[in-house]
Structures are given as C-alpha cells and as structure tokens.
Unconditional design. Structure first.
Lengths: 448, 521, 121
C-alpha cells in the first residue's frame, strides 16, 4: 500500500526488537469482547486511478459556479483567486507543517500570521486581530461570549440583518452560556433598530454591514448608543471585499469586528474550510479568543515571532479559558494573506469598485423587469429583490435552465415570511452576458 | 596542444578550518525576509484589474482614508513567501514525533481531488438538485465514519476537534434537557487534553477530575465514587493521552450508563485502533474524529481541521443541523432547519454545511487505504511507537514501562535528574539534530512529559535515524555536555525566543511608527 | 509578616492587610507576565480566589489568606509585571484588604515557621 513504508521484513525485525511475536501482542490491552478479527465491512484498498475515477464521477454530478450565469452570495462569494496563491499554499513547508509551537523552526508560519493579523486589523480599521477563527459564524458567536465576559452582562441583541446562520450559531452558544439573546425580526434596512433594544443589562449589540440583504449601513450612531450604555458594538461582515470600498467598522466606532474572510484567497468549496476574522480594540486583547502571534527577539537579539498571550487558551487555562478553540484556520489564513499581498490597497480598491460596478449593472437589468421589486437601498455587490412568486420555486426553475439565480431568503430562514425574497450577488467574475441571460430568463419565468 | 583551463580546478582545494562570516549576514540558501510592511512601494499590486468609475451612489459610506495594505508584484510576492517557507519545519522534511497530533504523510491525491472544480467551485446554497454529487460524497464519508466506529449516526459539521467536543457535549446536554434532567457536572481525567475541561466549562458544566492509577489509566474506584445523578457526562480519551488503551473502558461505559451519564470519547488517538476496534462496541455515546489526524488532511501550519462526531442511538436525535437525508428517488437532501427528523436538533454549530474541502481529502484517503489498509495503519502506528519505546527504554525513562503502549510512547524526565537539563532543553537540542521536538509537558500527570508519536507513515530507516539521534542526545545529556542543550537550538533559522517579552509587551501587529524596537541594534 | 502554605504573605498595618506572593513562589513561577488584580470593593472570604498570576505557560490562582474587602489593588503591575519577580515581598504586592477578622492573621505562620515549611517541600 503506497502510503505505508514498512515492509513485511521490517515488521518482523521490529517485532523482534520489541520482544513480541505478533502485532496482536501489542493490542493485548484491548478487551477480548472489543477485538475485531478481519476487516470492517468496507471496500478494500484502491490505487489512485480507481479513487480518481470514483471521485471524479461524484464531482461530475455537481454544477460548478463557473459553468453558467451564477448569482449566489449570502455569506460565500465567488471571486477570482490568482494562480500564485494555490501554488504557494501547496509548498510542503506551509501545507504540511504544524501549529507553530516551536517558534525557532516555524518562523515562516509565524511571520505570515503576524502579517495576516496586521492586514486584518488594517482592513477592519481595528487595533488588533487574532490569527483566525474557524469561520465568520463561529467568530460572531465568540464575539458575543467575549462581550459577556468583558461587560459581565448577560444580554445581547442581534439585528434583523445578520445572516440567519450566524444568528443560529450564536444562539447555540448563547443557550448554554446563559446569554439572553434578543433577535430582532428580519429587516432589509434595520440595523439601527438595535438602539431601542439596548438596556442596562446589554453586553453587546450585533449588526451586519453589508447585511444579509446586501444593505450597507453607517453604524456610527449605533456605536455611540451602545457605548453610552456600557455595551459593545459587534459588527459582522460576510463579504470582506466590501472593505475596499466602504468605510471600515473600526472607523465607525466598532468595538469588535468579525468577518468571513473566504472571499480573499479561498474558493467556495461548498461551505468550508473558510477563515474567520476577529478584530477588536486593544483593551480587550486579554479576553480575545483564538491564537495570537506577537513580536519578540531571540537569544542573538534578532527579531522573531511567537504565539503569545497563551494563558487565555485551553491548553493552559483549561476550564477557565476564553474559548475552547485549539486549531485555527492556518492554511486559509495564509491564502488570504497571499491574495491580499498580491492585491495591495491599489488592487483591493479596484476589485471592490469592479464588484460594485457589476452589481449596479445587475441592479439596472433587474429593475427593468415588471414584477421585480428591488428592496435594498444601498448595496456593495449584493442586494435583495421581491418576486411575485416564491423565490425558491423560481430558483429551481431557473436552475433547470442553466442559471443559478441566487439564494432565496427562505433557504436561510423559513419562518420569516419572506418566501418571495431572493438575494442576488455579482462579483468581478460576473459577465455582462450572464446578467443578460439571467434577466431574460427571470422575466420569462415570472410571466410564464 | 591547445591549453584550455577554464573552470579549473574541478575538485575542492585542501580543506581549511577558516569560516569567514558573510559580508551581508546572508546564510547561503536560507534567505532573510523583512515584513511585508517594511518594503517600499505600498502602491504596488500583483493583480491586473481594469479601472472603474468611482462609486457615486454610496455617499459618505465610501472609505476615504488609506487602508494601510501594501502590495507586491507577483515575482516579489513569490520571493517573499518562498523565503518565509524556508524557515518552517514540516512533515514532508522529517519525522514529526508530536504525540496526540498524528503527523502522518499528507497524500497529494487528497489535494488533487479537493481541487476538482466539481467540489471546489460549488456554493453551499446552490439548489440542492445541482450538487447531488457533493451530498453523495458527504454521505459516503458519513458511511465510512459510522462503519469504522460502529456508531449509527454522525454529525459532520464541526470544524475542528474542539468544535466536535462542543458538539458532543451540546448533544448530551440537549438529551438531558429533553428528559427534564438538568445535570451540572462533567467528569474528566487529570490526564485530559485542555480542550476537554475548556469545552465542558463553556457548555456550563462544572468540571470534576477523576484520578489516575499508577499504571496510567482511569481510576475505576474514583470514577465510581464520583458518578451520580448530577453527572451529565464523562469525557475519556481512548487510547488515553499517556498512549495507553483503557483496559476497563467497557466497565467505564457500563458504570456511566448505570448512573444515567453519557460517555463522551475524545477520538484524537483513533489512529491506534482504526479498523481493529470500534468505539461503538465500547459503549461510547459520542466521539469526535480529527480528520486532520487519523485521516491525513494536512495540518497547514495550524488548520483548517475538521471534527465530525459519531453519535449513539440515544444522542442521534439531537445532532446539529444540517442533517443529510436520503430521498425516495435515491438522491440526497440536506435538512437545514430543525424540522421533521431534525426537530430535536440542538441547532447549528456554524454556517453552511461543514468542512467540505476536508471531507473530500479524508474520503480520498479512506478510499485509498480501504478496510484492509486502515487496519494496517493502526497496526503499523502501534508497531512504530513500540519500536521506539523498546529502543529508547535503556537510555530514557518510559513513564509506563510495563506492557505495550499504543500509537505513542510516553517518557518522563526521571532519566534527566541531576543533569540540570530539562525536557525543554532536550527538545530544543533535537531541533539542531534536524527533528521537530516531540510533545512536551503533556499530559500534565507525568513530570517533564515527552510524548512521541511516529505514525505509520515512517519507514524503519527514518525511525532508526530518529532513534539514533535521540540515543546520542541522551548520552550527551547524561555525560555533562550541557552547553549543547542550554543554548539550543544553534542551527535553526532562529535561536530560542523570548516568550516573556512577547507576553509582557504584546506587539501583535506591525505599526507605521516604531516604538522603541524590541530587537537589539 | 505572616505566611500561608500556598505561599501568600500578609503584612498588617492597622486594619489594612497588604497581600502578595512570596519570593519562593515568584521563583517557582518563573517570569511573571501579567497579574489579574481584584476589583476595589470586592469582598473575599479566606480561601477565595483573590488574583491570578500569569507566567508564559501557566496561570496560577492566588487565594485570599484572610477574609476582607479589597480597598486597593496594585494596578502598577499592569505595566511592570516583572516587579513581582524583582521584589515580590515589597513592591510586588497585589491587593490591600480591610481585615474583617484579625484572628485569622494570628493563625497564619510567621517567617520562621514558613521557612521551616519550605524545607519540607
């Protein structure tokens, strides 16, 4: 078997060195009732050719985003990743290295993390960022937990524009952490509604911009209201490319910013692995979850980097840790960092402008269709439309015609009574002909 | 004759002892590389994008101030990252003996399969009719995980081992709540990995420790004494963090169940028993499986991981959304809300469906090994660890010398007593010999612990090389050669780093105006 | 000065007790990188958690050697945690308590008894 280097002769020699006669002697501590003779009921080993054939067949039964007009967003976005990124992340030293617990032989990883942290802080307009979380949704939940620790209050308010999956993920943790989670009803342009819900027991308010309906909001007043009441403002972003065009949450007064970094460096991958960004004000640094990379010097006085402030983490604090998180999303963070380096500010601003431009073209084309109502007042690259029929049905019909039309809101939340709402996204990969085909097909389906 | 002597002589001159320092500080192939932010040309970019008219419809929302992100052309970017990569050790270079991490070879077929556009270029929220192949892949992975563990159900969505532990405990908590039986404690052995008590506390439980016997196992008497109607779960790692199989595991399960307590098994060490023992046969109620350990998905410098959780009949109804179901027409459907079969689900662990990229890689691995190959994996992993233990026991002190270990061998620092050399010093000297250190100071129950896990993808040649290096180091340590250890590493890209300074004066990002530099001039 | 078996010291001045960790403890902990001092006004019973001392690789609880109310905390340690290593039994103090039960102080070890106790460890 190609991944097992030991030969039968090796095994015999090694058993001899150990002083036993068979491998079963090494499994002597397994109770007889639990020992399994023979192999489990699964196929036997297979060569690369056979595995490729089987898996390619399965892959072939999926319609790729690139195979036609494609307008899905709602928390995951189709962007072009430069060829260099995938080559570099596959270098042995990045792909097959471990968490940098031995900093002397992990300066590659550590310097990348330090640069990543700096990039994320700059992008979000915040003072400090960690070395990544699993994804945006778990980062959001962790932010609420952190606000609870920092303020010692037990209530959190989430706006009606936060992605329902993020709300659900937060609710799962809130339930066991004793956080009273107030979730406002779904609203296309209602981030500011959280202000009325702030009280003396509020640890934080959570808003999203651009929100799940694509609406971009100036959250400055929300920050002021929250902080006046001693609460934190947590701002969620699911499309980080928007930060190349829109004011950063940090500029607008956020205490914590959590984001999904997938748009930069990481493909769609059917939902994972992604990369969670977590940034906040410096004064909260000892309450932050996740790994942190810091600067220091070595015995020769040369600058180097190490994981630091580890006493927040599970391997030291155990039951008093700020989170149970151990693994982060290292390789995805590397991919993010490489792509961000290739873009630079110049490239990011252009990319963002292009995304917005495409979305405006999509907006223009869809506005012309009778029966389509545009709901989102101000958007970056995504917006919501109301259709005269159930959005999920229209999407299914259009899929049959080769158009992936976007995400029905009902797919995210089937209780909100917004079954006629469709969320559509455009990126730099959207072609004018895609928009034309989409508009034309949608028009036909609506008026069929 | 014509005398051509270009490029002569062609063998080195007689060796000289002089080794002049380089003029620029360069070190041959190993290149130094400054931070991205310390270079000139912040307005460079390595991506060609068309110009666009500025957005005139967003008013004040437009970002005016500079963001602070430098860019590089493609050649510069490649140099930057390749130079950084040179400073990393990796499993592709040498044996990585990290206990409980299972640093096995990362097959490249995994990477190829994960990059098939049919898996990589699909959106989680496309109509399900357009991604039946992806759902089928998930279904097959689920089948393999359930069959290998002998468990009836699996929650695929947790994004890492610790996330899986969270999932398991949330299911357990939901199960108790459904019975109207809100219990408050979780029992955890003293040798447990930190994520176990951290997760239990996170879920709102009080953590009570279970003692360990002298032969490194859970103390049954202590467990029995501490079990009771207020204990929601026990969290036991098997094989445990000392690298030993819990002989009494079936009794542990029986005792727990008799008390109405659920048995959570930390599956980090599944590599020792995969294909030979099924946790379902041991009475386990929930177990997370680290796909980045047992099933070879790459460690990537710290993730991403994946931690699907297999569940017993009792816990299955509470599994998190989404649920993968079969349709009558022989297709697949993801149930994304808590309805129908999933009505009792405790909710979502994360957005979307989980770590698809890692499912593809793990499936390629499993399918390649097959049932016979996976059984061989466990056997070779255990063989390799015992071989190392046998060949080092005369120079180092095994923590549990009597009887075999499983896939990892645990040593303590008794053999270093009187030398003035610590486990840490020894580990740093290993770096100079070309090896990543083993896991140090874990588990906490053994003094100066050194936990060595070679995995099955090491050849006998590499094992012998490793053993030889450790034997020579052990010899040096016990014969007064302390300079070698105290100042180590000397030959790595960096010397030992000042972690105190990093923690006292945290500098977590580059800043445009330097405060007093941490580095000496 | 009085001492506990957990290596805290108590120095009494009137009805105020200053509390810190001993030189032995500071040495055992290694480089102190951070101290979590208690909030002013917090009431503690003897044996409750009073502060947390962090080194790079560990976080150690400091317990209240006597009951009382926190009236002052050494916030200067925030910028200079190394003080605990340098002068643990003077400038490296953690908190001052208003003593609620003076007899608790009497019951603690004096320096001679503490040093004898250290000899047994």
């Amino acid at each position: 078997m190609r991944y097992l280097p030991l030969s039968p002769a090796d095994r015999v020699e090694m058993l001899g060195a150990i002083g036993v006669s068979s491998i079963d002697d090494l499994f002597v501590d397994v109770p007889p009732a639990a020992r399994r003779e023979g192999v489990v009921d699964l196929p036997l080993h297979a060569g690369e050719l056979e595995v490729e054939r089987e898996m390619s067949a399965m892959a072939g039964r999926n319609r790729t985003a690139g195979s036609g007009p494609f307008f899905c967003g709602a928390g995951a976005y189709r962007h072009h990743v430069p060829a260099t990124v995938d080559h570099i992340i596959q270098r042995s030293e990045f792909l097959t290295s471990y968490t940098p617990y031995q900093p002397e032989i992990a300066q590659g990883t550590l310097q990348v993390l330090f640069e990543f942290q700096t990039q994320v802080a700059a992008l979000t307009g915040m003072e400090v960022a960690n070395a990544s979380m699993y994804d945006g949704s778990t980062a959001c939940a962790e932010a609420v937990m952190m606000a609870q620790r920092v303020t010692r209050r037990a209530r959190a308010v989430m706006s009606g524009g936060v992605h329902p999956h993020y709300v659900e993920t937060t609710r799962t943790l809130a339930h066991v952490a004793g956080v009273d989670l107030v979730i406002l009803p779904a609203a296309v342009d209602g981030e500011a509604a959280v202000i009325e819900a702030i009280d003396a027991d509020t640890a934080c308010v959570v808003v999203q911009t651009p929100n799940v309906f694509g609406t971009a909001t100036d959250v400055t007043k929300i920050a002021e209201a929250a902080q006046a009441a001693g609460a934190l403002l947590v701002v969620v972003t699911t499309e980080v490319v928007s930060l190349g065009l829109l004011k950063s949450p940090g500029e607008m007064g956020a205490d914590v910013v959590v984001a999904e970094g997938q748009s930069i460096g990481n493909g769609l991958n059917f939902g994972g692995p992604y990369v969670g960004l977590f940034a906040c004000k410096e004064k909260f640094v000892r309450q932050m979850p996740g790994r942190l990379c810091g600067e220091t010097v070595d015995a020769d006085g040369r600058r180097g980097f190490v994981l630091t402030l580890s006493t927040r983490e599970q391997h030291i604090r155990r039951d008093k840790a700020t989170s149970n998180i151990c693994t982060n999303s290292g390789l995805c963070a590397l991919a993010f960092s490489i792509h961000m380096t290739l873009l630079g500010e110049v490239g990011l601003r252009k990319l963002a402008a292009l995304n917005h431009q495409r979305a405006r073209e999509l907006h223009k084309a869809l506005s012309k269709i009778k029966g389509v109502e545009i709901l989102t007042p101000r958007f970056f690259n995504e917006f919501a439309i109301r259709l005269p029929k159930k959005a999920a049905e229209i999407v299914e019909t259009l899929a049959g015609n080769g158009v992936i039309a976007g995400v029905p809101y009902s797919r995210l939340d089937h209780d909100a009574g917004l079954d006629d709402v469709l969320i559509v996204a455009a990126t730099e990969m959207t072609l004018p002909e895609d928009i034309a085909i989409f508009a034309h097909s949608l028009d036909r389906v609506i008026h069929a | 004759m014509s005398m051509h002597n270009i490029g002569r002589p062609t063998r080195p001159e007689a060796a000289t002892d002089i080794k002049p320092a380089t003029l620029t500080g360069g070190r041959g192939l190993l290149q130094d590389e400054a931070l991205l932010f310390e270079r000139d040309g912040w307005d460079k970019t390595g991506v060609d994008l068309p110009d666009c008219p500025p957005a005139d419809d967003l008013g004040d929302l437009v970002r005016g101030d500079p963001i602070g992100l430098p860019g590089l052309s493609e050649p510069e970017a490649v140099r930057h990252y390749v130079r950084l990569s040179q400073k990393n050790h990796a499993i592709d270079l040498a044996l990585y003996p990290l206990g409980s991490c299972t640093m096995k070879h990362n097959p490249r077929l995994n990477e190829k399969m994960a990059r098939l556009p049919g898996f990589a270029d699909i959106h989680p929220l496309q109509p399900q009719s357009t991604v039946q192949g992806a759902l089928e892949l998930m279904d097959r992975l689920a089948h393999w995980l359930k069959t290998l563990t002998g468990m009836p159900a699996v929650a695929l969505s947790p994004k890492a081992g610790a996330h899986g532990e969270l999932c398991g405990l949330l299911a357990i908590r939901a199960a108790h709540e459904a019975r109207g039986d809100a219990r408050k404690t979780v029992l955890v052995p003293t040798s447990a990995h930190g994520t176990n008590p951290a997760t239990a506390a996170f879920v709102g439980y009080q953590v009570v420790e279970i003692a360990q016997t002298d032969d490194g196992r859970v103390d049954l008497a202590d467990l029995e004494a501490k079990l009771g109607p207020d204990v929601a779960a026990i969290m036991v790692t098997n094989p445990n963090t000392c690298g030993l199989f819990e002989r009494d595991v079936i009794e542990i399960a029986r005792l727990a169940h008799a008390a109405g307590t659920y048995f959570y098994c930390d599956g980090a060490n599944f590599n020792a028993i995969v294909g030979r023992v099924r946790p379902g046969d041991l009475g386990v109620d929930a177990m997370h499986i680290n796909l980045h350990k047992t099933f070879s998905t790459p460690h990537g410098g710290g993730g991403p991981g994946a931690g699907p959780v297999v569940l017993s009949e009792a816990l299955a109804p509470f599994a998190p959304a989404p649920w993968l179901t079969h349709t009558e027409e022989g297709g697949f459907h993801l149930l994304e809300h808590e309805v129908a079969e999933a009505a009792q689900s405790f909710g979502r662990m994360c957005a979307f469906h989980g770590q698809m990229g890692m499912y593809v890689r793990a499936y390629a691995y499993m399918r390649s090994h097959g049932a016979d190959g996976l059984r061989q994996v466990a056997e070779d992993a255990v063989l390799n660890a015992n071989y190392i233990k046998a060949r080092l026991s005369d120079v180092m002190s095994p923590a549990f010398p009597n009887g075999p270990c499983m896939h990892e061998a645990l040593f303590d620092d008794a053999w270093l007593e009187g030398t003035g050399i610590t486990t840490l010093d020894f580990a740093k000297a290993m770096i100079d010999e070309g090896f990543h250190p083993m896991t140090m100071y874990f588990p906490l129950v053994v003094h100066g612990a050194m936990l060595i896990e070679p995995t099955e993808t090491e050849s006998k040649q590499e094992l012998d090389r490793f053993i030889e290096a450790l034997r020579m180091l052990a010899q040096a340590a016990t014969t007064g050669d302390s300079e070698r250890f105290k100042g180590a590493p000397f030959h790595a890209p960096m010397r030992r780093l000042d972690e105190t300074l990093a923690a006292r004066k945290p500098r977590l990002r580059w800043r445009p105006v330097a405060a007093e530099p941490l580095a000496a001039e | 000065m009085r001492f506990t078996k957990d290596h805290e010291w108590v120095e009494v001045d009137g009805d105020i007790a200053t509390i810190g960790i001993t030189a032995y403890a500071a040495e055992q902990l290694g480089d102190v990188v951070f101290v979590e001092v208690p909030e002013i006004g917090k009431t503690v019973k003897q044996g409750d958690g009073l502060a947390v001392v962090e080194s790079v690789k560990a976080a150690s609880d400091v317990y209240a050697p006597i009951s009382g109310e926190v009236v002052e905390a050494n916030t200067a340690l925030g910028d200079a945690p190394e003080t605990v290593n340098a002068i643990p039994e003077t400038g490296g103090w953690f908190a001052k308590l208003k003593i609620s039960d003076p007899s608790q102080v009497e019951a603690l070890m004096d320096r001679h008894a503490y040093e004898q106790y250290l000899g047994t460890l």
